[in-house]
Structures are given as C-alpha cells and as structure tokens.
Ligand binder design. Structure first.
Ligand code: BTN
Length: 259
C-alpha cells in the first residue's frame, strides 16, 4: 500500500488541505497522508468553513501527484466519495447516499464532506489535494447546520474507531484510484455510484454562473458529470435537451431542501 505510507500527523493545524499543498510543494511524495485532531481554519466547498474544533472527528487530506491529464483531476472527488461511502456503510451497517458530487448523506443529513483542490506547479505539472471531513462522533452541530448534519456514530448507533475508519478509507481509495487510472474514467464505479445517488430522478435546481433552472437529475456519466433534463414549461423534464453538468462550474440543490 502506497497511500498513507508517509504520514504527517498534527494535534492542531490550520487546514490539512493547506498543509498538504505546502508539503507537496516542498516535495512530499504522492500518496502522503496529512491528518489532524483539530483544524483552526477547516475549509469547505465554495469558500465555506468546515467546523473542526471538536476532537473525535476525522480531518485528513491525501496529496496526489497524478500522471494523467489535469482535466481528469476533478473526477478524483467522486472516486473518494465512493471509497468513503463503501467504508462508512461497512462500519455503520447502514445504507448511505451520495449527494452529487461528493456529500455522503444519511437520512437527508450530511455525514461526510470532501474538498478537492488542484495546484498547478511553477515547474510544470500539478498536484491535487483531496480533503475529507467525516463527522464521526460529533453530536452537537452549530445552529446553521444542525438540521443538515449527522454523525456516523449516530447513524450506526455505536462507537466507531476513527483510526480504523481512516485506514479502511485509505485502502479502499487506493484500490479505486488504481482502477480509475487504469480505465481513465469512472466506468468501474458508475453503477454503484448511481445506485446511491440521492439526487437521481429528483428535481434539482442547477445554479449556473449565468442563471438557474430546474430539471430532473438522471444520474452521472463516466466523466462524473450530472445529467439533468431541464423542465419544460409544463414542468415535465425535456429528455431531448439533457445537459451535462460539470461539478466545477455549477452547484445543484434539491428543490425541496438540502438533498
Ligand atoms: C464540504 O464543504 O463539504 C467539504 C468539506 C471538507 C472538509 C475537510 S476536513 C479535512 C480537509 N481539510 C480542510 O480544510 N477541509 C477538508
């Protein structure tokens, strides 16, 4: 196993994603694991903060220096989502869902968040940091997210050993990463991902930089794009105008709430 062979552990750090990027630029190897008990500046998607002041949760990042073209790097976020989903299902004994592209949810609430950040290197090439926050033990969430978040222990109804969880995720991610590199796309995990996709056959609101529209989410394709059939005037999905939604450009919301 290569991933996690080199480990950087911290009691407190600003953000494991930031630290991974710094270490990567200083020459830390592909597959390095950066893990912290707490973060003082945990980062979420779209500039949000990821609450990281409580111990007992998992905050970690994996540094990757892939050989494949940079255009494919955003798919890694879905590869990690799949790995985390499988392991969280295994340890909790519960079926979980994925909110595209990479939130792991249980009963409509978020258990895991993933933030993938790309860094072009001055000397050429690039590195990617895949950061994962798992609500393992946290039971009390800040007011703004209390309705939207849940811990894995609450889902499982039992204590979860977080180091064991981390080890399993690394192992599974490395396997799925190998498969992804060999196939060059997400075809190997497509069926299971779509099976767990909570947005599938649901109405979603697509928030594009230039406006928003409603449509029916149909599932993802091999490139990790969400296929959305926009609503016609009568509200029915227009199957002739299906759009490929790329995660980097747009955000998708459930029409009836977080999911
Ligand atoms: C999201 O907004 O859903 C993504 C949250 C990602 C949080 C994790 S915690 C470990 C890693 N370090 C960070 O600063 N963020 C990610």
């Amino acid at each position: 196993m290569l991933f996690g062979k080199k480990v950087f552990r911290y009691e407190v750090i600003d953000s494991t994603n930031l630290e991974a990027a710094r270490l990567g630029k200083e020459g830390a190897p592909h597959g390095s694991l950066i893990v912290a008990e707490r973060q003082t500046a945990g980062r979420g998607r779209r500039g949000r903060i990821w609450e990281s002041d409580e111990e007992g949760n998992l905050y970690f990042s994996i540094l990757l220096k892939p050989d494949f073209p940079v255009q494919k790097a955003s798919m890694l976020t879905l590869v990690m989502a799949q790995a985390v989903l499988q392991v969280c299902e295994e340890v909790s004994g519960s079926r979980l869902g994925i909110k595209w592209p990479n939130d792991i949810v249980a009963a409509g609430r978020k258990v895991v968040g993933i933030l993938t950040e790309l860094h072009l290197m001055p000397e050429g090439g690039y590195q990617v940091v895949v950061g994962v926050g798992i609500n393992v033990a946290k039971q009390e969430f800040a007011l703004e997210i209390a309705e939207k978040a849940i811990s894995l222990e609450a889902v499982a109804g039992k204590k979860i050993a977080k180091n064991d969880l981390l080890e399993k995720v690394l192992f599974r991610f490395e396997e799925l990463y190998g498969q992804f590199c060999a196939q060059g796309n997400l075809s190997g995990m497509l069926a299971e991902y779509n099976d767990r996709l909570v947005n599938k056959n649901q109405m979603v609101k697509v928030l594009e930089p230039l406006g928003e529209y409603k449509g029916m989410a149909l599932g993802i394709n091999e490139e990790g794009e969400l296929l959305v059939a926009p609503c016609k005037e009568d509200g029915e999905p227009d199957m002739e105008k299906v759009q490929n939604i790329y995660a980097g450009e747009v955000s998708v919301r459930g029409v009836y709430g977080y999911v």
